[in-house]
Design a protein around this ligand. Structure first.
Ligand code: SF4
Ligand code: SF4
Length: 216
């Protein structure tokens, strides 16, 4: 009988039918058991005696009272909200029209660097390299040069920085270069900030941008 084509097909179909019935039946029994468990009186009573599990103490008991007529039409709430808005019209404005208006900087603000000149207009920097050594961001590079006799009116010391560059992308404005300088040559200004830039070349500040302009 098993080798007969029709019988084999019949046996296969019958097995499949029984498997489906038994799977569905077991699912149905599980479903009924779950409903019974959730709705049984014992389960509900046990839940009532369990302590309230709260992750924070900010839980609020939501009132389930009916809304009053005033609450239903929302008008008092709208009027209260408008009142708060109108009250702010007459208060002192905290915003300013930047960049036309600017707030005063804090006296301890650390802004853009400046390489200072002495009273005679000579560059103070002697290219000792201490600022570069102190810089945690390795933002300072320089090339030292010997002062010529004809340049005494330009540079205060016998050695000067022929090239002095600060990479403003690296700089974190910590002020350590200012503290390390023995010649009081480099300072971070408290009223000038580094301007915005559009290319990487613009953020390498050389002597043309760093050295203090000559006083007239
Ligand atoms: S302010 Fe700080 S990070 Fe910037 S150049 Fe000076 S030492 Fe380096
Ligand atoms: S800025 Fe000051 S610390 Fe830096 S190289 Fe010049 S003299 Fe030295």
């Amino acid at each position: 009988m098993f080798f007969c084509k029709n019988s084999f097909f019949f046996t296969y179909k019958k097995s499949f039918f029984y498997i489906c019935i038994s799977v569905n039946l077991s699912n149905f029994i599980t479903f009924l058991a779950q409903i019974g468990f959730h709705h049984c009186v014992f389960f509900q009573k046990t839940l009532k005696f369990l302590p309230d599990m709260q992750l924070t103490n900010r839980a609020k008991q939501v009132s389930n009272t009916q809304m009053t007529f005033a609450e239903k039409i929302y008008l008092p709430a709208i009027v209260t909200g408008l009142g708060i808005t109108i009250k702010h019209f007459f208060k002192k404005k905290v915003t300013i029209q930047y960049p036309e208006q600017q707030r005063p900087m804090s006296p301890v603000f650390r802004g853009l660097h400046v390489l200072k000149r002495d009273e005679e207009g000579r560059e103070r920097c002697t290219a000792c390299g201490l600022c570069a050594l102190a810089c945690p961001a390795e933002a300072i590079t320089m090339v030292a040069a010997e002062r010529k006799p004809s340049e005494e009116h330009l540079y205060r010391e016998e050695k000067y920085a022929a090239v002095y560059e600060i990479n403003m992308l690296r700089c974190i404005f910590c002020g350590l270069c200012e503290e390390a300088c023995p010649k009081e040559a480099i300072f971070l200004q408290n009223d000038v900030i580094a301007p915005a830039f559009h290319s990487r070349d613009e953020v390498i500040y050389g002597k043309d941008k760093l050295v203090e302009p000559l006083k007239k």
